[in-house]
Design a protein around this ligand. Structure first.
Ligand code: NAD
Length: 433
């Protein structure tokens, strides 16, 4: 038996992603039997009206919808109120007693990051994460945490220390849902299961690595949150650095969570900003941002281009350019590897998952003129179905697989790199686009 508690069970993420991902796992019988899902939020709902709330977010053509809805329970509580945690504890213990079993527990923190510090404090005080569970007893209790984790290195460290007093690192699952994207996982398979790429994956053959994360959408609806954060913290600190880590990391001894994560950590430790000149760094804000964000004036960047380098000899001198923006002309997430002789390898994540390698081939004709032609692998063309990242995240958390989750070392290294850029680039003028 499993009890899943969603702190923030009426929020945007729960509605847009979690309910459907849980349904998918449920319908494939990939959740333990007798799974209960408890939505924790402030709204005045009860279990019946919460089931209706969940139902409204799911389409009506789902075969197992009505039996799935019976997994849901509602708990009205306030995360600032100690008594709410104690009552939740009573509810969980009561459910276990009813079934005469100690259910494993998954607590999903799907709330605004500003609440984390207070919530960690109260989780510690009320010990709600520790009821009957113990690894020796074969049941577990884990905490899933959404990104962003902290607002800078010091803050992340502070949160991490608070969190460490609540629960041990092996029970913490910090989410970066990009890591669960099929096209990103495939980077490791592509690199390490195809013999021809190993020997050329270094500074001798690779001249530049670029990462682009573009969104057509502006900050509509998220303005208040976004204005405090900006593009570099919002996606640079997490998704982009994790993408880079997957491209640069060494072969893991084994293809499992612990080994893959250890290699990502090693890479992040070697990264530094490139020489700080405007050619390598840029920050800008799109026209109309202040209206969207509902602020009178703001210095927040909605676009950035930064360049990093590695202290690892294997990569010395190779620029890693990371660029991201909102309100761009296209939706795009990709990694481009430029080789010294003009070949390029493109890992496309969005809008379509694809890998394309441009080879030099001979032009047909009388001489040795060359032209670049692309060889491609596309999931769509091969009719390979792509799982939603949140479905995989939930599955892995239940299975105890840490592959798609970020360790404390990774979070802190990511903030170290971003903080260094943020202190330096204050001198850069804010451009407009
Ligand atoms: P949201 O503001 O829509 O939802 C927050 C939820 O928390 C609501 O259910 C609200 O009732 C509850 N809540 C707030 N204060 C509370 C309190 N004092 N007591 C009890 N409940 C309280 O936020 P969201 O967009 O769902 O985001 C949740 C988390 O997921 C955030 O950390 C966010 O950064 C992350 N995230 C969201 C998305 C997304 O698409 N929405 C994507 C990636 C990551």
């Amino acid at each position: 038996m499993l009890s899943i508690v969603i702190f923030g069970g009426t929020g945007d993420l729960a509605r847009k992603k979690l309910f459907r991902s849980l349904y998918n796992l449920y319908s494939k019988r990939m959740l333990p039997q007798n799974t209960k899902i408890i939505g924790f939020a402030r709204r005045d709902l009860n279990t019946d009206s919460y089931r209706q709330f969940v139902s409204d977010e799911l389409s009506d053509d789902l075969d197992l919808k009505s039996e799935f809805l019976e997994c849901f329970y509602y708990f009205q509580g306030d995360l600032h109120n100690e008594q709410s945690y104690l009552d939740l504890r009573t509810l969980l213990v009561g459910m276990d007693e009813q079934y005469k079993i100690c259910a494993s527990k998954l607590f999903y923190m799907s709330v605004r990051p500003e609440l984390y510090a207070d919530v960690f404090e109260l989780l510690k005080k009320t010990n709600v994460l520790n009821t009957c569970n113990s690894e020796e007893g074969g049941t577990w209790s884990r905490l899933l945490i959404e990104k962003p984790f902290g607002t800078n290195f010091e803050h992340a460290k502070f949160l991490d220390e608070r969190l460490g007093e609540v629960v041990s690192e092996d029970r913490i699952f910090r989410i970066d849902h990009y890591l669960a994207k099929e096209a990103l996982e495939n980077i490791l398979v592509f690199r390490f299961k195809n013999v021809m790429f190993n020997g050329v994956w270094n500074r001798e053959f690779i001249s530049k690595i670029s990462i682009r994360l573009f969104e057509k959408r502006g900050v509509e609806g998220r303005g208040e949150f976004y204005d405090e954060v900006g593009a570099l913290r919002d996606v640079g600190q997490n998704h982009a650095l994790q993408m880079l880590a997957l491209v640069l990391m060494d072969r893991p001894l084994q293809f499992d969570g612990a080994h893959i994560r250890a290699e990502r950590e090693q890479v992040l430790k070697t990264l530094r900003p490139y020489e700080f000149v405007p050619e390598y760094f840029e920050r800008a804000q799109y026209e109309g941002y202040a209206d969207h964000a509902n602020v009178s004036s703001s210095e927040t960047e909605t676009y950035f281009r930064v360049t990093l380098q590695s202290e690892d000899e294997r990569w010395q001198g190779v620029p890693f350019e990371i660029e991201s923006g909102k309100a761009m002309s296209e939706d795009k997430a990709e990694i481009v590897i430029d080789f010294v002789d003009g070949n390029t390898m493109r890992f496309e994540i969005q809008p379509e998952a694809r890998i394309a390698f441009s080879f030099n081939v001979k032009e047909t004709g009388y001489d040795y003129s060359t032209t670049a032609k692309s060889f491609e692998f596309s999931y769509k063309e091969h009719e390979m179905f792509i799982l939603d990242a949140y479905e995989k995240i939930l599955y892995q958390a239940v299975a105890g697989d840490v592959t798609s989750f970020v360790s404390t070392v990774e979070v802190l290294e990511q903030w170290r790199i971003i903080d260094e850029i943020l202190t330096q680039w204050k001198t850069l003028p804010l451009g407009s686009y």
